[in-house]
Design a protein around this ligand. Structure first.
Ligand code: F6P
Length: 536
């Protein structure tokens, strides 16, 4: 692929002028919002408060065209090995495709296998929900503990909160990810082993944190109920049946997925099992349909009508032209409070790269830092910096007409607060609008701070699926334009290797033995060993 830097379309984008005043732009063009909004499924996207004009949008769409984003999307959809550094397809769209369709990977239609796993998951979910499937002592399974990390945790943990209003009343899910024993301990507190099922979620089944936590959980069950109870109280979600068997979980209790599903794209796979148990197969199916709806939209909507493409292009504009380094995602929804954390892995692990497909280093910025917390809480914490700080941070606001709470009395307060924040960011407040005072300059807001607002009638399972797929595809489109591989994550490997090496050095650590260690590492390990000695 030709280097982005050598494309005239890229130079054209870079030569673009960010809007100097959103305030003036809105005043002079009352039709601005009607041309800078779009519908995608149940989502309505308003990007009129971004600092782009018609000519910038045209330049960005020309760039997308010359980068052949639609062809790349089709290649992904055709099951080609778009994850070129690992020689794998990125087949996550197959996970939510209807049973009667076709999704070829290496010439094989994978949908029968996908649906056979979904059917087995549904059988287990129904059995647990109805009480037909019980623990080793005949008690109902009331507590589902998912042990996993990264994509094997963030997706189901976020979904479980987001679908709160659909949960089975007698079943609670717990998510253990941190290798800090405090995580497992806190989650198991008060649980009865007889009523607890562990779901060990790991694509590779080699992730040390997950295996360490799973071993501790296994010990907890064995201590309480004996070795024979393990079969009834443990299931595994993985691509690696040998390792699952080796760990001691019967592979008939394993729900499979495949190496063409990236961890951060795996929420629609068997990784969603604990959520399916909590909300039931029908709601999970609705969630998958929502994702599929957005898959079709991303494949078929053209240019300015394509929501993930527009999101991607605006992000590229903000990083390239406004030089923004971070981006906030602020859902005005309590139930979506884990969504920013979920997006952190999806976007930053995908597009936190600086080498292009031919292996050479790029000279432009790729993904900004993604962060966020729900509104209105953020207004009383970090929004000050977004309004008046020295750096510009673009925001994605996400809101709903109806809250998922039974009590609808504060919906208006929630929604109007979200819109007010986007207004204040965009239009600010000039000194003339303030009374004469010695602190007038402190109270002015320069405005012109970009945001996109994504709204939907309510946070249904389908809308949640649409939102996730929207961000998945935006992430993919960005990767195509930046010419990076959004599907590998080599950057996390070095830390894992070093942790292993340091772990082996800690055994019988003597301060004199390791002249090879840098002085900082040496000092920290020595301190740790001394502390351990003190407390033993
Ligand atoms: O270390 C990063 C990572 O590989 C993620 O991409 C992945 O989601 C996570 O670890 C967990 O991996 P696994 O599901 O194989 O345990």
């Amino acid at each position: 692929m030709e280097a982005l830097e050598s494309l005239p379309e890229w130079s054209q984008v870079l030569s673009g002028e960010p809007l100097r005043s959103l305030r003036e732009e809105f005043a002079s063009d009352p039709a601005r919002t009607s041309t800078m909004t779009l519908h995608a499924g149940d989502l309505f996207v308003d990007y009129s408060k971004q600092r782009v004009d018609e000519s910038a949008l045209t330049d960005l769409l020309n760039l997308a065209k010359v980068r052949e984003v639609s062809t790349s999307f089709q290649r992904m959809k055709n099951g080609e090995r778009v994850n070129f550094t690992e020689g794998r397809a990125a087949g996550h769209m197959a996970l939510r495709a209807p049973k009667d369709g076709t999704f070829l990977i290496d010439g094989v239609n994978v949908l029968p296998a996908v649906h056979s796993v979904l059917d087995r998951m549904a059988d287990l979910a129904r059995g647990i929900r109805s009480g037909e499937i019980v623990g080793s002592t005949g008690k109902r399974m009331c507590h589902i503990v998912n042990i996993g990390i990264g994509g094997s945790d963030l997706g189901p943990a976020m979904l479980y909160e987001a679908l709160r209003s659909n949960r089975h009343e007698a079943i609670s899910c717990h998510f253990v990810s941190n290798v800090d024993p405090a995580d497992l301990e806190a989650n198991l507190k008060g649980l009865n082993p007889e009523e607890t099922m562990f779901v060990v979620a790991s694509k590779t089944f080699t992730t040390v944190e997950t295996l360490a936590n799973a071993r501790a959980a296994r010990e907890w069950i064995v201590q309480a109920l004996g070795l024979d109870a393990v079969d009834k109280h443990f299931v595994a979600l993985s691509t690696n049946s040998d390792a699952v068997g080796g760990f001691g979980i019967d592979t008939t209790n394993m729900f499979e997925f495949w190496d063409w599903v990236g961890g951060r794209f795996s929420v629609a796979s068997a990784i969603g099992l604990s959520v399916m148990i909590a909300v039931g197969p029908e709601i999970f199916e609705e969630f998958l349909s929502g994702m599929h709806l957005m898959d079709i939209h991303a494949a078929e909507a053209v240019g300015r009508d394509n929501a993930p493409l527009i999101l991607a292009l605006l992000n590229i504009w903000n990083t390239a032209v406004l030089s923004t380094k971070s981006r906030a995602v602020i859902p005005y929804s309590f139930d979506l409070r884990r969504f920013p954390a979920y997006l952190q892995q999806l976007i930053m692990e995908s597009n936190g790269k600086s080498v292009r497909s031919d292996g050479s280093r790029i000279s432009y910025s790729t993904s900004p830092v993604i962060w966020g917390e729900p509104g209105t809480n953020g207004q009383h914490a970090f929004m000050q910096l977004l309004h008046q700080g020295s750096d510009v941070v673009p925001v994605d606001f996400i809101g709903f007409a109806r809250s998922s709470a039974d009590d609808a009395s504060r919906n208006e307060l929630l929604f109007t607060n979200m819109v007010a924040q986007s207004q204040a960011l965009a239009f600010g407040r000039t000194a003339d609008e303030l009374p004469e005072s010695s602190v007038r300059s402190h109270r002015t807001f320069e405005g012109n701070r970009p945001s996109t607002t994504i709204v939907a009638p309510e946070l249904s399972a389908s809308v949640l699926g649409q939102l996730i797929a929207l961000y998945e595809h935006a992430t993919f489109f960005e990767g195509v334009i930046w010419d990076i591989n959004s599907f590998d994550q080599w950057g996390v490997e070095l830390g894992k290797e070093l942790a292993q090496t340091l772990g082996s050095k800690l055994e019988n650590f003597s301060a004199l033995d390791h002249p090879d260690l840098d002085s900082s590492t040496h000092t920290l390990l020595s301190w740790f060993v001394q502390q351990q000695k003190k407390s033993s």
